[in-house]
Every structure is written in structure tokens, then in C-alpha cells.
Design a protein around this ligand. Structure first.
Ligand SMILES: Cc1cc2nc3c(=O)[nH]c(=O)nc-3n(C[C@H](O)[C@H](O)[C@H](O)COP(=O)(O)OP(=O)(O)OC[C@H]3O[C@@H](n4cnc5c(N)ncnc54)[C@H](O)[C@@H]3O)c2cc1C
Length: 153
């Protein structure tokens, strides 16, 4: 199915045909569900702190990704502010490794569970969402959390 047709169907929703005229689709790309998290949020020498999508990726189902990113940033932001103002030391910065990452692991796993439920629902009503190719994402949704370590500096 063409991108133009997919967009038209999505905009038409359950009401039927699309009420808008689509002149041109400017950008299109293939989206795939992806879940991963870095092994460590802090680089080996403790000089780089990862937050948000730089540290982890989850599936949008459940709507937790942005919240997880904000949680990471809030955690390291408070610690950096404390150290900068003389209220904390190296140990406080080191503790960043143990706070938000387990929360992110839980949220990422939940996004996979949400996605599995969503996919099952779609399989129940295949005629209503014809453009959604459930089979092509079947295996990815149950993929366990993979780790990717980018914090090596
Ligand atoms: C289709 C879709 C739907 C989503 N739905 C939800 C949802 O419902 N709920 C939810 O909570 N989350 C959702 N998310 C996820 C959410 O958008 C992200 O988790 C969140 O934006 C991550 O924030 P971030 O600050 O880590 O990264 P980003 O928002 O990606 O910010 C990174 C910024 O860095 C900039 N940048 C990149 N490289 C450089 C560079 N070299 N120099 C300077 N700047 C640079 C980028 O331009 C960007 O502005 C969705 C994501 C997608 C793709």
C-alpha cells in the first residue's frame, strides 16, 4: 500500500474516507519497534552521563519514553547542581548509575508488554486496520531488552 493511501486511511479513521486532500508526502521512513538500553549510564571515567533516548529506546505504546527521559535528566540534573554548589561529591554523581536505570529497564519492558497487547487487538480486527502489517513485527515485540554500551569515554 502506498504511503499516501496509509495516511489517507489514518486521517479518515473509522468515519471512512479522508476529508483532506494530500498533495505530497514529503518524508517517509520505515518504523520498527525497538527496545534497548545501555549497559551503563555513566562513562568509565565518570565524565559523561547519558539520559533519555541516548541511553534507551522503547516502543511508544504505553507512552513512557519521554517520562523516562525526563526522569533520567531530573536525577542527574539535581546531582550535578548539588556538586556544583558544594553540597555533594563524587559519590553523589556515582549514585546516578543506581537510580534511574532500573526504572528505565522496567519501563522498556512494559512498553513491550503494551505493544504485545496492542498487536493482539489488531489481529482481532484485521479488516479495520488493513495497512498495519502485524506479522512483520511479530517477533520484535517479544524481543528481550538488548544492551548497547555507548558510554565508553
Ligand atoms: C512516533 C513516536 C511517538 C512517541 N510517543 C511518545 C508518547 O506518547 N509518550 C512518551 O512519553 N514518549 C513518546 N515518544 C518518545 C519521546 O519522543 C522520546 O523518548 C523523547 O523525545 C526523548 O527525549 P530526549 O531528550 O532523550 O531525545 P530527543 O527528544 O530526541 O532530543 C534530542 C535532541 O538533541 C538534538 N541533537 C541531536 N544531535 C545533536 C548534535 N550533534 N548537536 C546538538 N543537538 C543535537 C536533536 O535535534 C534533539 O532536539 C515517541 C517517540 C516517537 C518517535
Amino acid at each position: 500500500m502506498s504511503t499516501q493511501k496509509v495516511v489517507a486511511e489514518a486521517l479518515g479513521g473509522s468515519a471512512g474516507s479522508c476529508p483532506y486532500k494530500i498533495d505530497k508526502v514529503l518524508v517517509e521512513s520505515t518504523w520498527r519497534p525497538n527496545i534497548y538500553i545501555v549497559d551503563r549510564y555513566t562513562s568509565a571515567r565518570g565524565r559523561i552521563f547519558l539520559t533519555g533516548d541516548a541511553a534507551h529506546q522503547s516502543i511508544p505504546t504505553g507512552g513512557d519514553s519521554m517520562n523516562t527521559a525526563v526522569g533520567d535528566s531530573f536525577a542527574i540534573g539535581g546531582k550535578l547542581a548539588a556538586v556544583t554548589h558544594g553540597f555533594g561529591g563524587r559519590t553523589l554523581l556515582d549514585s546516578y548509575e543506581y537510580g534511574p536505570r532500573p526504572v528505565a529497564v522496567r519501563n522498556i519492558k512494559r512498553s513491550g508488554v503494551h505493544f504485545s497487547v496492542h498487536r493482539q487487538y489488531i489481529e482481532w480486527i484485521p479488516n479495520k486496520v488493513k495497512h498495519y502489517d502485524a506479522k512483520s513485527i511479530n517477533s520484535s515485540a517479544n524481543t528481550p531488552v538488548r544492551t548497547k554500551n555507548t558510554a565508553s569515554k
